[in-house]
Design a protein around this ligand. Structure first.
Ligand SMILES: Nc1nc2c(ncn2[C@@H]2O[C@H](COP(=O)(O)OP(=O)(O)O)[C@@H](O)[C@H]2O)c(=O)[nH]1
Ligand SMILES: [Mg+2]
Length: 254
């Protein structure tokens, strides 16, 4: 198997411009500094695409954008609610600045961050057949996106064993029931949401959060959702799995 590093380098070398697709719910964790450094080294322009923006409050989005745009132009996209893709197409044409041929745009990012959805959104009705590029790792595809743009869609660029279970849970790569520590992942999710948009968690689980620590919030949600053991104490594992599930299904807004 070709290593992800080889694939990343290869895509960066071939592309005129790169998209780094991050999950807007946790953009800092889904950025990859190694990938960014490699793009800069190759002297290629890149755009940070914050995907799944429908799951994030305007305030949190703006805050993240002001941080990320110090590194590269940053664009918001929601493939679900179909916004941002026209803007992204426009920025691609502007930044690549290639007039005499199609622009080849590589998309990179962790698995499940929304790369394929973003590409489909930009391609829209132009989306033609996809094809594998020979010599590439399985799953790398060329997608025709109509006037002047072609995408290289890649599978997740980071190997599974190189990031921890917390990332696998947050990204939805590993199903909640298969996590070794669903409680730990649930606590991270609670922590994340409480910092940015506590009211969304309160509204969804119908609880009131003051300044308890994440574990107490988990217990609170456990009582509220009736995740209890026979003796009446909270079943932490069950409520943990439930919270991770709700997060992975895009029900919890940041
Ligand atoms: N809520 C929401 N979910 C999205 C959005 N874009 C993608 N998803 C979901 O995220 C998951 C991964 O999307 P996909 O495009 O396959 O990601 P990829 O692995 O990076 O190519 C799928 O379940 C999508 O339905 C979005 O804009 N909003
Ligand atoms: Mg994909």
């Amino acid at each position: 198997m070709v290593s992800y590093k080889v694939m990343v380098k290869d895509v960066i070398r071939k592309a005129d411009l790169l998209l780094e697709v991050v999950d807007a719910r946790f953009p800092d964790e889904t950025r990859n500094s190694e990938v960014e450094a490699e793009i800069v080294r190759a002297g290629k322009p890149f755009i940070i695409v914050m995907s799944k923006c429908d799951l994030v409050s305007q305030k949190a989005l703006e805050k993240a954008k002001s941080r990320l745009s110090r590194t590269a132009p940053t664009v918001f996209v929601s493939s679900k609610e179909r916004f941002g893709t026209t803007m992204l197409r426009h920025r691609i044409l502007e930044l690549a600045d290639i007039k005499d041929r199609d622009i080849l745009v590589g998309s990179l990012g962790y698995p499940n961050t929304g790369k394929s959805s973003v590409i489909n959104g930009v391609a829209g009705r132009h989306r033609a057949s996809t094809s594998s590029i020979s010599g590439h790792t399985k799953g790398v595809q060329l997608v025709n996106a109509g006037s002047r743009i072609k995408f290289i869609d890649t599978p997740g660029v980071i190997p599974f064993d190189e990031y921890d279970e917390y990332m696998q849970g947050m990204l939805g790569i590993k199903d909640a029931t298969h996590l070794k520590d669903p409680i730990g992942v649930a606590l991270k999710i609670i922590e994340r949401i409480c910092v940015e948009n506590k009211t969304s968690l309160e509204g969804f689980y119908k609880v009131i959060i003051e300044d308890q620590d994440p574990y107490d919030v988990l217990e609170l949600i456990g009582r509220r959702t009736n995740c209890l053991k026979v003796k009446g104490e909270v079943d932490d594992t069950r409520v943990g799995i439930r919270i991770v599930n709700d997060w992975q299904r895009g029900l919890l807004l940041v």
